[in-house]
Design a protein around this ligand. Structure first.
Ligand code: ADP
Length: 476
């Protein structure tokens, strides 16, 4: 079975969030099940060396498709220097604003995906096009609105807040039939929506957790797409994300100050110390060290955490923050680190190695998201012994079992939950964590259960495979 992934990110080559981790890990988990996945990515500036090392497998009007293999992944790169050969973040320029030609850039990704499905790349023709998020959403449109093609389409929603909506004026530049700009096509409240294109022209739609799949059917979470998704309900499923167990392995992770496993869990302390030293914290050994590794945006509930900070600090606990995003939220944490130095340490920026060290040394990872399609950092927390404290929403509620009395006596608790979107409830939950941390036996039980919890891709990869197989067989 041959699958073409089309996406805008793939770790470790280009990453701004969880999408990159999934696009990187899922093909590796599908390979042993017999799926040959190639991942189509824009050839951003950061991927220049890969382009140079690869071979041309398809030439289109104004771009080339280059096949390259790296880090066990089979990539296909859309080589269109005028659109993609730019440094830094894939979506925004140095001024922090979206590139003004993003509609053309991700149209090119879609055109490339459809072309590979139609004519193949050096003889390789996929059975399935799997489009990820809005950036790949035009791929299904180009495929379905051109001459008939047997390739089936799956579109995955990693976060419905990102919809790729552009003014109607871009329509002629997309070179799609005019009829596509309709309510049954990619027209969305007078705009062109790349995500809607991906959904309308897909045979199956997936999202990244069962709870988010249900939430998406409500106005609160569907963000305008709830009606469309309700109409496609038989084709919609939620498949939980997993962890790349080789990229995230505390026994071998080179980013840690000390590698550890459950058997050598004492060594974990060295990572905690490394964080404390790096951020100049002065918290006591019996005080928990919380962490927050995230994009700093409204979605992630950053303001709720800022509001709850006095209660966390009031009990002598510490917090380290690694993230970047909205200037106001960044300033909120920088100010807190200044006012509460010794207890709050902040690094504004993106640092993959530091994110691993923090997971491997902090006692508790806080994820107070207002909505969270799946969330990966709670899974990394489980695997690295950083007990998750999460908002009860989306994939967070699917993956973490709250340490309430019933769950504790049933020996299934893996972390802490609180009612999403409520600073007061977050403060209460932080106090529960602090109290529980004081009970070493109980705390160690949570760590042990989390580290033993299966967070890999095996189960979900099989579910994707069944989905692909069902589509292919539906034609047979
Ligand atoms: P989202 O995709 O919404 O940003 P996820 O939890 O699904 O959230 O995935 C976030 C990914 O990005 C994780 O791998 C996390 O470790 C990583 N990450 C987020 N912010 C940073 C940062 N500032 N530095 C390093 N890694 C980060």
């Amino acid at each position: 079975m041959k699958i073409l992934f089309a996406a805008s990110e793939c770790a470790p080559f280009i990453k701004t969030g969880g999408l990159a981790d999934v696009v990187s890990a899922l093909p590796k988990a599908l390979a042993p099940l017999g799926a040959d996945v190639r991942t189509l990515l824009p050839a951003y500036g950061a991927l220049g060396a890969l382009v140079a090392s690869g071979t041309e497998v398809l030439r289109l009007e104004d771009m080339r498709i280059i096949a390259a293999e790296a880090q066990g992944q089979k990539l296909m790169l859309v080589d269109h220097p005028r659109l993609f050969d730019r440094p830094g973040n894939p979506y925004v320029g140095p001024n922090g604003r979206d590139w003004p030609d993003n509609h053309l850039r991700y149209a090119a990704l879609g055109q490339a995906a459809a072309a590979i499905c139609r004519v193949g790349a050096d003889g390789w023709v996929p059975d399935i096009l799997h489009a990820h998020d809005w950036q790949a959403g035009l791929g299904p449109a180009y495929l379905r609105l051109g001459p008939a093609c047997p390739v089936k389409v799956v579109t995955s929603i990693h976060n419905i807040a990102f919809q790729g909506n552009f003014p109607a004026e871009i329509m002629p530049a997309l070179r799609l039939p005019e009829r596509a700009f309709s309510i049954d096509g990619l027209e969305y409240h007078g705009q062109v929506s790349y995500l809607k294109a991906g959904l309308v022209y897909a045979d199956k739609i997936t999202t990244v957790s069962p709870t988010y799949a249900r939430e998406l059917l409500t106005p609160e979470f569907g963000m305008g797409f709830e009606g469309l998704l309700a109409a496609r309900r038989p084709d919609l499923s939620g498949i939980l994300n997993g962890v790349d167990l080789t990229a995230w392995d505390p026994e071998t992770d080179p980013a840690l100050a000390a590698n550890f496993s459950l058997r050598s869990i004492r060594r974990r302390k060295q990572n905690r110390q490394a964080i404390i030293d790096r951020f100049g914290l002065t918290i006591a050994p019996d005080a928990p060290l919380f962490c927050f590794v995230s994009r700093l945006t409204w979605q992630k509930g950053v303001d709720l955490l800022l509001d709850a900070l006095p209660r966390l600090i009031g009990h002598g606990a510490g917090l380290v923050v690694l993230g970047s995003g909205d200037a106001e939220l960044e300033a909120g944490f920088v100010g807190a680190a200044y006012r509460m130095s010794g207890h709050v340490g902040v690094e504004i920026g993106y640092d993959e190695d530091l994110s691993h060290l923090i997971q491997g040394g902090a006692d508790c990872i806080v994820i107070p998201s207002r909505f969270e399609p799946c969330g990966l950092t709670q899974l990394y927390g489980l695997r690295y012994g950083s007990v998750p404290l999460v908002a009860r929403t989306g994939g967070l509620s699917d993956t973490i079992i709250d340490a309430n009395d019933a769950a504790l006596s049933a020996r299934v608790a893996t972390g802490f939950q609180f009612s999403a979107n409520r600073a007061e409830a977050l403060g209460d939950a932080i106090e529960r964590v602090i109290e529980c941390f004081g009970n070493r036996a109980l705390w160690n039980t949570l760590i042990r259960r989390g580290m033993n919890h299966p967070v890999g891709w095996e189960h979900s990869a099989q579910t994707y495979l069944n989905l692909y197989r069902g589509l292919i067989e539906s034609d047979a």
